[in-house]
Design a protein around this ligand. Structure first.
Ligand code: ATP
Ligand code: MG
Length: 565
């Protein structure tokens, strides 16, 4: 955070908006837009841009457009557009009537191009794409002018209309701005404005065979919609002179300004649609909504809440400084959000059978459990305690270290909401694996009774006979290095995949109240927050995703790794 953020509580973009509003004419509104390209699912970085644009709209009372930047017919798909709308809505934002597409403005772009040709600011080039690249020069060398640069207005008009008619093949001709081939800013070396693409567009079909470039279409779309602040990420900073050039050449009543902020980068994952698409296409993950994906759809299926993601974006803030945010920051927002609202339940992920040898036969005793220890208003529920129960395998050790306060041979532990039990005997199979514990319970120690004999450990449990089976999926970081896509050794990001990012536990047991669990997350006491998997869970087959652990076990590791890097 910058000092000025601290003094006003506003980031630098909001500060600019506030001072713009101060000098703007009466009734002027701040107008923003979120302009995704429908060529993939939105990720957590997009969430930051959504929260910024729609957030400003809410805070300053102006409209925010959801504009699909659909100028590349080859890569785009309506299915992505639908997924994007679902994600923006799920995050809690509403574009109302302001759903637009760059393709709505194809005629306007074309008319603007004609205008530039008329004023001598654009020309049709016959150089091939390779030659254009060659002529462009480098950062240290100026470019070379195309031999076609001085075509007459008439010739340019003829050729451009012929391009539009479809008289030429892809790459044969293009329309370029006439700016300055010697500009130190490569973006101003006669950038391409239009190219031929004989492809069917998902919305305009075969109506057009020439398509505008982003740098041409974007400022015009902004101006047409009356956008006042066109907010984008830092990689567009060098494009701003071109953005301004386009606006200056055309006579718009509205003058949008482009302001850049730093991208959100999250440690241990990638936020590039292209790389995420690779993970999907190669079957490395189960889809765009795989709960390990940093996509909004993945985070939703994982059980993250819109409130947690918005809170995270607020914490990350808006600056111009490139940095990398630790996953723990996002997970903390999730934990805080769920900690308040998620009901507590008991579930055993890796069950070990315990028989209470002095328990009367098939007696079922109901014990009272709180739904939230800090929120009595969330009520209680009754849990059946029976002769056979399951406890977590990791809560027993045959030869425990000194500070192990859970079950051990001859040791005592309290069953949460139940009794103190003592481990009397261990049952093993032929290979020596512990398969059952024979324990006795102390009937004088029922939880909440007067006799409050104390033991150090309390463990969770479920009845063996009254619980239900479930599959539980535990997720870990998708990559095992903080910056999988910025590897100085030149390795492909896929070489850094974490082979243990998914652990499936098929034998878990959960309390029967979860048989018809809704879509909201619950806390499995001691093991984390969990949510029903919206895709794979079905009546009779419960599947839970672990949303997040109860504590941040990664904080230390990340600090070491990032600190060293
Ligand atoms: P990617 O690099 O993942 O393919 P993109 O920038 O090509 O993303 P767009 O659909 O063009 O994806 O992005 C829509 C908007 O979201 C743009 O204004 C872009 O600046 C913003 N955006 C994209 N990635 C991030 C990010 N990591 N952090 C913040 N904003 C982002
Ligand atoms: Mg883009």
């Amino acid at each position: 955070m910058t000092d000025s953020t601290e003094s006003t509580g506003l980031d630098f973009i909001r500060q600019r908006i506030v001072s713009w509003l101060r000098t703007a004419p009466d009734g002027a509104q701040v107008v923003t837009r979120f302009p995704p390209e429908p060529n993939g699912f939105l990720h957590v970085g997009h969430a930051k841009a959504i929260c910024l644009n729609f957030g400003i709209s809410e805070e300053y009372g102006g409209p925010c457009f959801l504009r699909f930047d659909d100028t590349n017919p080859l890569k785009e798909d309506q299915a992505y557009a639908d997924a994007i709308m679902e994600d923006v809505r799920w995050l809690g934002f509403d574009w109302g009537e302001r759903l637009t597409h760059a393709s709505d403005y194809y005629q306007d772009f074309y008319d603007c191009a004609l205008q530039l040709i008329h004023t001598g600011k654009a020309y049709v080039d016959s150089l091939s794409p390779d030659e254009i690249r060659e002529f462009r020069g480098t950062l240290t060398e100026p470019g070379k002018e195309s031999p076609y640069r001085e075509r007459s207005v008439e010739e340019n008009l003829d050729l451009f209309t012929a391009m539009k008619r479809g008289d030429f093949a892809d790459g044969e001709l293009c329309l370029r701005a006439k700016i300055d081939m010697a500009s130190p800013n490569i973006n101003l070396r006669d950038p391409i404005l239009y190219r031929i693409r004989k492809a069917t567009h998902q919305r305009t079909g075969d109506e057009w065979c020439i398509y505008p470039m982003y740098d041409f279409a974007h400022p015009i779309s902004d101006a047409l919609e009356g956008v006042t602040h066109s907010l984008c990420t830092l990689e567009f900073e060098d494009h701003r002179p071109l953005y301004d050039w386009v606006i200056e050449q055309l006579d718009f009543t509205s003058r949008p300004r482009q302001i850049e902020f730093s991208r959100l980068n999250l440690a241990y994952t990638v936020t590039s649609k292209r790389k995420l698409a690779t993970l999907v296409d190669e079957g490395i993950v189960s889809g765009w909504d795989d709960p390990r994906m940093p996509t909004i759809a993945g985070m939703r299926r994982r059980g993250y809440t819109p409130g947690a993601i918005r809170d995270f974006c607020r914490r990350v803030g808006i600056t111009k400084k490139e940095n990398i945010i630790q996953m723990g920051v996002l997970e903390n927002s999730v934990r805080e959000d769920l900690g308040e609202v998620a009901p507590r339940v008991m579930a055993v992920l890796d069950p070990l059978k315990v028989t209470l040898t002095n328990w009367p036969g098939d007696k079922v005793e109901m014990v009272t459990a709180q739904n939230h220890p800090a929120k009595p208003e969330m009520g209680d529920r009754e849990l059946p305690l029976t002769r056979e129960i399951y406890v977590e395998r990791s809560d027993f050790m045959e030869e425990p270290p000194r500070k192990f306060f859970r079950l051990r041979p001859g040791g005592e532990v309290r069953l949460r909401y139940g009794y103190i039990i003592r481990c009397d005997e261990i049952v093993k199979d032929e290979s020596g694996n512990v398969i059952e514990l024979l324990c006795s319970f102390d009937p004088e120690t029922r939880s909440g009774s007067d006799n409050q004999r104390k033991v150090k450990g309390t463990i969770h449990w479920v009845s063996a006979t009254e619980s239900v089976p479930a599959e539980v999926r535990l997720y870990d970081r998708l990559f095992n290095v903080p910056r999988p896509d910025a590897d100085s050794s030149g390795k492909d990001f896929r070489e850094h995949l974490n082979p243990d990012s998914l652990t499936v536990l098929t034998g878990a047991r959960v309390e029967s109240s979860l048989t018809d669990a809704g879509p909201a997350a619950v806390q499995f006491e001691r093991t984390g927050y969990f949510v029903i998997d919206s895709k794979d869970s079905a009546p009779g087959k419960l599947v839970f995703n672990r949303v997040v652990t109860l504590r941040d076990s990664w904080a230390k590791l990340e600090k070491q790794q990032l600190g060293a890097g």
